[in-house]
Design a protein around this ligand. Sequence first.
Ligand SMILES: [Fe+2]
Ligand SMILES: [Fe+2]
Length: 220
Amino acid sequence: MRDCAPRPPFSAIRARQTSCNSRGDRQPRAAAREVGPASREARRQEETSAMFGKIKMNNLKDLYVDELKDAYDFEHRILEALPKMEQSADADELKQAFREHRTQTENQVRRLEQVFREIGEEPSRKTCKGMKGLIEEGEEYVKARGDSDTIDAALISAAQRVEHYEMAVYGTLRTYAEVLGHTSQASLLQENLDEEAQTDDKLTRLAESGINVEAASGRR
Ligand SMILES: [Fe+2]
Ligand SMILES: [Fe+2]
């Protein structure tokens, strides 16, 4: 049977309707009726800032620069941490590995500065919370007391976690640079990635060729 009750005007019905955007946030459909490039852009920026807080993140270039700042920060933190790792290590080969990686890290910082220059940005740091945590964990091993082989194995473990984190970041940054058409920047970032991978391999060899085995028989 047909409902003959008076119906609200059509515009009132539309104003009450809601829809879900791609992230599932409910929003009044009325807002979607604002058309034109300016309002669409304003709305997109609003959604972006709601999602990422204060970070400007409107395109891949923004993301690229943000992650470069993160890398610039973690390389400086690693520069400070490596001498402590070297000092705490017992095996000469491990001390040498940390020393050599410090020199590589200085070059990595310079390559990042070159990348910043090429995109017209001032090199700057953004706190890398992930690396901060990894280094804090590593410092527990730096301060540890006990069997020297076991502490060396622990330092290798901490250092490899750092290397893997760096490799993940440089792989991503290199890919962003390629997508953005920055070929020379992609090469610089690939050089950093290669050095991290070489260091990781070197640490694996040191662990497998003796340090882990020595640690297994450590102190009883
Ligand atoms: Fe590095
Ligand atoms: Fe590294």
